[in-house]
Design a protein around this ligand. Sequence first.
Ligand code: MLT
Ligand code: ZN
Length: 455
Amino acid sequence: MATLQGILADKQIKSDAESLAVWGKDWTNGFPVAPSAVVFPESNQQVQALVEYALAERVGLVPSGGRTGLSGGAVAGNGEVVVSFDRMNRILDFNPQDRLVTCQAGVITQSLQEYAAEQGLYYPVDFASAGSSQIGGNVATNAGGIKVIRYGLTRDWVAGLRVVTGSGELLDCNAGLVKNATGYDMRHLFVGSEGTLGLICEVDVRLAAQPAPQMVMVLGVPQVVDLLNVLAGFNQRLTLSAFEFFSDLALAKVRAHRELPAPFATPVAYYALLEFDEGSLDAAGEAFEYCVEKGWVVDGVVSQSQAQAAALWQLREGISESIAPFTPYKNDLSVTIQQVPEFLADVDQFVQDSYPDFEVCWYGHIGDGNLHLNILRPQHLSVEEFMAKGHAMSPKIFALVQARRGSISAEHGVGLLKRDFLNYSRSEAEIRLMKGLKELFDPAQILNPGKLLKA
Ligand code: MLT
Ligand code: ZN
């Protein structure tokens, strides 16, 4: 009989109740948490041995990174073994000629950003949870965040992967090459696969040149449609690194939570947060004046120092944390940018008509069409009652997404939360092919069982 003790040292195995509760879940609430053990491999070979163990013992493996996910992708609810990459957290190699850094999957995203800076380079994927999330998890969910309009998603920076499949084979995908026209690029299948096709052990990450110091501008924009006019107005004149938005309700929550001052004397329905190279300040000033003349923007503030830039970013990056106490019904949706105003109005209308006592808190990465829709729980409803209402609401909201050929999960992933709604964004034929891939890479269905695809 295969045993975990036969593969790992005692310090690499935890099965006490507290550890099971901590490593058995991510930031998502509402799913049962019941792993049988948590293991901490230190090498690719140990990961392979764990897959052999799972095959022999017919037990599921749930890969676990920084556990910052919001779709239940790292929740273990059925006696699975959680495979934490916390002890595979070393940077293995740096190759300056190719600007490539090879990381074990458990390297914290922020540590990679800092390492890149030490080499005079830049890792551009960034988001509020970068201090806790791990690069393996970022790859598994194709993490996006706040700089996508300029730098793209995690996928765009993955130059190679070492992955253990559900059959226990260690695949070496692409090895840092820029050009490689030898057929299917399996690296990209693993990006965004949410641990269902393989356990990502190592990532070759391409780094970028360091950008100039950044400046931040916050603008007051009364109409959603004008957020997009503002985006176009700025895009015509300069390169933006970020274009985010939040509603006045979102601002109120983050200000209350972090005790932050209001950006303007008079509240505005929506705010845009823009980031750009300091050398573009004159062009940004011109764009600002143009937008004010057009009546799209009624107020604005620009950072005068790095500290002020960071303070303005707090208004956007602190929102998620500030609304967590309201156990929001969270959604992470995308449509093409052009469709954003009509889509947002339709969702608002639906909620107002069906649930007039619910508060809708909008924020997100509007520059790339990714909107975070968070509906806040009214105090008179228990978490269970509110979640049931959220569940009932989902098909209606997802139908609005589907009508626009949008995505029901722009960046948070499908996990358990969206699994039963995948058909709103993927056709029957696509889901059939996805299941075929799952069968090929994980024939015994031991990898992150029940996530992304229904059995
Ligand atoms: C964000 O953009 O703030 C994150 O995706 C987290 C969230 O949506 O709550
Ligand atoms: Zn986001």
